[in-house]
Design a binder for this molecule. Sequence first.
Ligand SMILES: [Zn+2]
Length: 534
Amino acid sequence: MKLMFYGAAREVTGSCHGVEVNGKKILVDCGLQQGADNGLGQSFAFHAGEIDRVVVTHAHIDHTGRLPLLVKQGFKGSIYATEPTCTLLELMLRDSAHIQELEVGWRNKRYRRAGDDIAQPLYTIADAECVFPLLVRCRYNEVIDTGDGVKIRFSDAGHLLGSSYVEMWLTEGDEKKKLVFSGDIGSPDHPMICDPGYIKEADIVVMESTYGDRSRPEAFDTVTELAKVIDTTLSRGGNVVCPSFAVGRTQELLYHIREIKERGLVRKCPDFPVYLDSPLAGATTKIYSGELPGYLNEEAVSLIRDGIQPLSFNGLSIVDTAEESKLLNDDRTPKVIISSSGMCDAGRIRHHLKHNLWRQECAVVFTGFMAIGTLGRIIVDGNVKSVTLFGEDIAIKCQIHNFRSMSSHADREGLLKWIGAFEPKPESVFVVHGERDICKMFTARLIGEGFNAIAPKFSAIHDLLTGEAVFEGRDIMRRDDQEYQLRRESAVYQRLMLAGTRLLEVITRNRGGANKDLEKFADQIDALSGKWER
Ligand SMILES: [Zn+2]
C-alpha cells in the first residue's frame, strides 16, 4: 500500500498523486503544469498504461489538463468525478487541446521559416474527446466501490462548481487505511457555491497549501470595491480589464456585476457594457445557469426560484469569434472586459492587455492566484515597467488592482481550521500544491501544531503501512531558480532522471520477490551502471 507524489510536490500546478493497493495503481488528479517551466515539462513519472483508474477532485486544468495525454499514452481505465466536474471537463479539455493545437501551429510557422523540425501538440481535440467515454459521473456523499479494495466518496470542497474532497478507503488483506485528498479547499462566502465542508476521520491526509502563508484581507467588500473601480475607470474614459479563469472566477465576477447593476452602485454610468470575451467562459456560464440540484448554495437557489438569473443582466455581451474580440479594441466606449486565461499565459486576454496596459485611464483587475512565471504574476508583482506582448514592448501605465478576497482558495486560517477538524489527528499529513517556500512554511506550522506533517518531494514514495518513505523523491528545479540557472540541464537529461525514478519504483515493487529474480535484477542494474560509469 503506497502513496506516490507525481506532481504539485512543492509546486502549485500539475496536481497528480498516485496510490498503489493490491497491485493496482490509482491516480488522484492529472493536472497540467502551468507557469514557470520546472524542466520536467508535461512528462509523466510513470507509464500511463500502468494506471488502472483515475479520481478527479475538480475540473480546474491544473488538476485535469493531462488526462488527454494519459489516455493518448495508453490509459484505458475509468475516470471518477462528480457530475458537474464531468460536464465542465468536456468543455475544458477541448479548450485546452484547442489552445495547444493553436500554439503549436504558431510555433511551427516560425520553425518552418527557420528550417527546423516541426513540433506536435501535447494532445489534440481528438485526443481530448477520447477521455469523455471513460468518465464515471458521481454524486456527492455516495460511497462508490471502484473494485480491487478501493472505495471512494466525494464531498463538497466549496472551491468550484462540483469541486470535491476525496475520501478513499483501501483494503489489502487484513490491512485497512483511509486516505483523504483535499483537492483545492475553498473559502467561505463565495457566490453560487456552498461553503467548504469538513471531514473528521482519516489515517492519511494529502492537503493543498496554496495560501498557507497568508490571511485573507478582512472587511473587504468585493462588490463595493469592484463597483468603485468600475465607476472611477469608466468615468475617466478607460476600460476595466479582468483577466479571469473561464471556469469559476468568471461566473463569480458576473454574479457580483449583476448585484452592482441591481443596486445601482456605478452611478455615473449605470448601464455600462460588459463583454465576456471567452467562448469557454460563455459555455461554462450556461452550465452554471442550468439545472444543478445539490450543487448550488441557498442564495443562488432562492434567486433562481424568484425568477432571477444570477449570471445575467442588461449590457452583458458574450463575444464569440476572434474577429469580434479584435473589434473591442477599436471601440473606444468605456467598458468592462472579462477574458481568459486567468494567469494571462495564453488566450484573448493578452490582446486586451496589449491594448489597455499602456493607457493611464484604464484598470486591470486580478481576481485569482497567479503562479510564478506567468505574465499575470509579473504584472501583479509590480517589479517591471513594461512587458513584452506579441513581440512588442508594452508599458504598464494603467491602474493595477489585485482582489485577493476573491480567491477561491482557503487562506492559512481556513487551511488550519480544515485540518484541525480531523479527530483524532491523522497519522500523517502530506502538504502539497504550494510554492516551495510556502509549502515548507505551512508544513512547519503543522508540525508546530502537533501534526506529523511532511512536504514530499517530486516522485517521493511512502509506504502507508510502515509509515516510512520508500523513496525520498527529489527537489525539482525551476528555470527561474538561480541554482537552476547555474546548472541548467537538457530535456534529455531530465528524461533520464525520470527513467531513474521509474527504476527505483520498479525496485520497490519487487520487494519480497524470489531471491533468484532479485539477484538477476541487481546484476542487470550493476552491469548497466558499470557501463555508464564516468
Ligand atoms: Zn482549483
